[in-house]
Design a protein around this ligand. Sequence first.
Ligand SMILES: Nc1ncnc2c1ncn2[C@@H]1O[C@H](COP(=O)(O)OP(=O)(O)OP(=O)(O)O)[C@@H](O)[C@H]1O
Ligand SMILES: [Mg+2]
Length: 407
Amino acid sequence: MDDEQKSRQELIEELARLRRRMVELEAAEAKSREAEAALRESNERGRAIAQAAVDAIISVNVEDKIIFWNRAASEMFGYTEDEILGKPVTALIPPRYRAAHSAGVRRFRETRKPVLIGRTAELLGLRKGGIEFPLELSLSTWTARGETYFTGIIRDISDRKEAERALAERTEELESLVQTVAHDLKSPVVGIAGLVRLLKKSVSELPPEEKRDEILEQLLTTSSNMEDFLKDLLDGLRPDPVEPSREPVCLREAAEQVVSLYRSRIGERGFEFKVLCETVIPPVQADKHRIAQALDNLVGNAVKHMGNRPDPTIAIELRDNSDSVLVLVSDNGVGIPPQYWKRVFDRFFRIKKSNLDGGSGLGLSIVKRIIEGHGGRIWVESEEGKGATFCFTIPKGAAPTASLHEQ
Ligand SMILES: Nc1ncnc2c1ncn2[C@@H]1O[C@H](COP(=O)(O)OP(=O)(O)OP(=O)(O)O)[C@@H](O)[C@H]1O
Ligand SMILES: [Mg+2]
């Protein structure tokens, strides 16, 4: 082979090599295009999933700037994607928590120890326009090209929190109802026990039949009051509560009844009970049992907070006051200092916490509710050391009665 032939052969071989290389390169390029398309497809799929999610999905870079924001995030926080991308995530955090948030991000950058990652936390978010709302956040972190990113999945839990609040309120109402019931059943139960003791004593001492009849009559009244109270209570506990009863009530009769029960129970301890009224008192439209309950509580208080008087006297006075009847329950006991005149009506408030009378401080709050439920007012006047007078009004006409269960 001469030189010319040799170089021609080499040229042909070089060309063939180049062609092979070109085919290889074309195949590689096709592969890379495919990979790029697959990557784009996967990105789009991820984005579509994120966009369709009901929870807000937000990603931030290490500078705490928002780099991804889905549709649910727009709905939840009120910013469009264009408005929020590139903005610091603190725009979504109430101002008072921003410093703590920034400290957390700084700590993560320095220590790489995440506090929130992998947990769900309940926090407060800030909508565009400055309205705060409770949210639940699950946070994850990821790294790409040496950079760290965070992605939060956020759920608006306003409805759940509202339901929890309503449940807590209902539980509190029920607790208060149970306390009220226990409190108001105590007095008639104590009354019945007292009357039975009296009856037992009078049977052994063979007193006149008249006295026994009177005691039996009172036993009957007290237990039937209790029965009515339980009936009202059960009515009120039904989902569609029956309207509290309204009937003409003679306050004088109600006062006489309460006073006569106390006379039987503790008259022999030297207590004097009086019912005073100068004029005829017209009937009021009211709930008879609730009114009796209020009077019973006030007279019970006068007895309980009498102190050591040689002449303990308790009076219920009734006055006709054009539109309403004014009732004054007074005693000559220890009295109430002026700074407590309002507070004695608060639930669980007692002036002397250490006395051993077993009071729970609920009675006057119940009385206040009953009176105000009838559209009346209640207050106390007192001269310390000389006694107290509890005054209340009951309008003569029908006024809305708050049931025992409405607080
Ligand atoms: N007639 C009164 N004289 C002096 N202090 C009174 C009188 N009535 C009420 N108080 C004071 O007001 C407080 C609140 O009264 P309230 O009836 O609410 O509770 P309580 O009598 O202590 O307990 P409960 O009625 O629940 O058994 C009493 O603890 C007492 O200190
Ligand atoms: Mg009381």
